[in-house]
Design a protein around this ligand. Structure first.
Ligand code: ADP
Ligand code: MG
Length: 441
């Protein structure tokens, strides 16, 4: 088992060894073990040990009232279009500053998007597990693994995310897993992985997604130590575009980091792992994410909203340019202290304009953080660091990717680390009663 682990009340944290550039070996669980080059402490979720972090969730009942949500997917001339508009107000009728960005109208027309609907219930019948030939594990995660599979009839490749239901229950992640499915079903964007179907039996939950063969941005970053200013700028632009889309649907992503960013065959970004993504109209209180990427308001338990994704973008841009994240330590607690102190060391080689943008994203006061103020994401897009970016062209994949993955076919798994393939099926069968929450999965 590797990099992403949940912390919750009844489980002791699985410790990841982490130092920039070092191999981290994390092993646990019945889903097998692996060695993975990772810098990060594991992804965490403190949803059930909330009281450790200041403010309790008793304040979480929202005084905000949702006035309007509208979402449409239209097709004109065969082009999928998306409209999302959300507004909300508090008891006095005043719009919340936290919601300023969601009040804007967002519109995407993706004429060269390959599919309008990525999730297809009907596929369930045709694409049952027995139609899939299991090839190679390309990732292991918190409660399962992701395997590259080949459809026996169609001959094309998919990524099958397999999660042990017993582990999901043990780690109290039922809601997160269901969120992951519902959100992936809903979204359709060129920089977000597509979900084809889900399925479950007495042991596992299955999610069949498109297979993104270029590998993790993480591997490219560690191999080249740090990215050039232009390379980082390209990935940041595609991520801004994807986050803008998610936020327009009131979805916060909450786990931005290079391990969850894949490259497609042409070198464009594909965000995977929606395990912590959530539809949020006001604020949410669950402490989850990856320590190095956590915004101060998450650590302080103040309640958080989409601003946490813009904070994480600041961390990511820093990490791409520096080769390591700005707040780093062996122990998560020290990481939190560094994040709260806000003190950042700036290597000389970081471009000064990039530094200006990162500083504006890593503002502790989320109401003053770039992306969360009156002009929303426009403040990020119009920052000088992005001056060469034609934002209209970005979702059409018109920017030239700086790295083109060396793969020979769509099912080539050579860009991924190798994982132990044995033993992962040996997990407990779950009782019919315990399967109930997953009835529709
Ligand atoms: N659609 C996909 N195509 C290719 N690789 C994938 C895909 N989805 C996930 N992976 C690989 O599997 C790893 C673990 O999957 P992820 O969804 O991030 O699980 P976890 O929630 O456990 O972190 C990812 O970091 C990535 O390397
Ligand atoms: Mg992940």
């Amino acid at each position: 088992m590797s990099k992403s682990v949940l912390f919750s009340k009844d489980t002791s944290p699985i410790k990841a060894i982490k130092k920039p550039g070092l191999k981290a070996t994390v092993s646990s669980s019945s889903m097998g073990s692996s060695t993975h080059s990772s810098l990060y402490t594991p992804t965490l979720d403190y949803s059930s040990s909330y009281s450790n972090f200041g403010e309790s969730p008793k304040n979480s009942s929202s005084s905000m009232k949702l006035n309007q949500i509208s979402y449409q997917a239209q097709t004109s001339n065969g082009s999928p279009s998306f409209y999302a508009s959300i507004s909300a107000s508090n008891s006095t009728g005043a719009a919340s500053s936290l919601l300023n960005c969601t009040t804007s109208m967002t519109h995407f027309t993706l004429s060269d998007s390959p599919t309008l609907v990525n999730y297809d219930e009907k596929e369930n019948a045709k694409n049952r597990l027995e139609n899939l030939e299991f090839k190679t594990t390309v990732g292991t995660g918190t409660f399962g693994r992701v395997i590259c599979v080949k459809h026996k009839e169609k001959k094309d490749y998919y990524a099958l995310k397999i999660m042990s239901i017993a582990e999901v229950l043990r780690l109290k992640q039922t809601e997160h897993v269901k969120n992951e499915k519902e959100i992936l079903k809903l979204v359709n964007h060129p920089f977000i992985i597509k979900l084809h179907w889900t399925y479950h039996n007495e042991k596992f939950l299955y999610m069949l997604c498109e297979f993104v063969c270029g590998g993790e941005l993480f591997s490219y970053l560690r191999n080249s130590v740090k990215f050039s200013n232009d390379t980082a700028n390209f990935y940041a632009a595609e991520i801004v575009c994807a986050l803008e889309y998610l936020h327009s649907l009131s979805i916060i992503y909450r786990d931005l980091k290079p391990e969850n960013l894949l490259l497609d065959r042409e070198g464009h970004i594909r965000i995977c792992d929606f395990g912590f993504a959530k539809k949020v109209y006001d604020r949410t209180w669950t402490l989850c994410g990856t320590p190095e990427y956590l915004a101060p308001e998450i650590i302080q338990g103040k309640g958080h909203h989409k601003a946490v994704d813009w904070w994480a973008l600041g961390i990511l841009i820093y990490e791409m340019l520096a080769g390591y994240p700005p707040f780093y330590d062996e122990m998560p607690f020290q990481i939190y202290q560094k994040i709260l102190s806000g003190k950042i060391e700036w290597p000389k080689y970081i471009d000064l304009i990039a530094k200006d943008l990162i500083k504006k994203l890593l503002v502790s006061d989320r109401t003053k953080r770039l992306g969360t103020m009156k002009n929303g994401v426009e403040d990020i897009k119009s920052h000088k660091w992005f001056r060469a970016v034609d934002w209209e062209a970005v979702p059409y994949k018109k920017l030239a990717p700086p790295i083109i993955p060396k793969v020979v076919h769509d099912g080539d798994t050579s860009r991924f680390d190798r994982y132990d393939e044995d033993g992962w099926k040996d997990v407990p069968i779950v009782s019919a009663k315990n399967l109930e929450p997953f009835e529709n999965f």
